[in-house]
Design a protein around this ligand. Structure first.
Ligand SMILES: [Zn+2]
Length: 139
């Protein structure tokens, strides 16, 4: 099997592999697709990240949450469309080691996991935020 270098998309949080079109610019590539480059990370996405961390911080060290809980907390009325963004937020946090994704109590790669995942505290859970660009409120 050929091994290509890979990165984690700054928007959707999924792992993506090197492609020929990035031969000259791989170091600068941050997004897996044009769609992710367009969407980037919005205020609501940061709010979802913060909410995942806040919900976990409010519970026992070994407790887990469902990404949907963060979606509901961010927008109790219209959380449905936030489900995938909540999972993306979870993937970005997992990439930073702040959370771990679990299925049936076992760690999984959230970039590849199918079906429902739960989130627990990761090894870097309490690490200072790299991007402290303002805590977004509901928008
Ligand atoms: Zn992406």
């Amino acid at each position: 099997m050929r091994e290509f270098p890979s990165k984690i998309c700054a928007s959707c949080g999924r792992t993506f592999e090197w492609r020929r079109k990035w031969a000259e610019s791989w170091d600068e590539v941050r997004y897996c697709s044009a769609k992710c480059r367009r969407c980037r990370v919005r205020a609501v996405d940061r709010a979802l990240e913060e909410t995942v961390l806040r919900l976990l911080a409010a519970r026992a060290r070994s407790a887990t949450i469902c990404p949907s809980e963060a979606a509901r907390a961010v927008d109790p009325e219209g959380w449905g469309p936030l489900m995938e963004p909540a999972r993306a937020a979870a993937r970005r946090l997992a990439a930073q080691g702040r959370v771990i994704a679990l299925q049936r109590g076992r760690p999984v790669d959230p970039s590849r996991a199918r079906g429902a995942i739960r989130l627990g505290r990761g090894p870097a859970f309490g690490a200072p935020r790299v991007d402290a660009s303002g805590l977004p409120t509901r928008s």
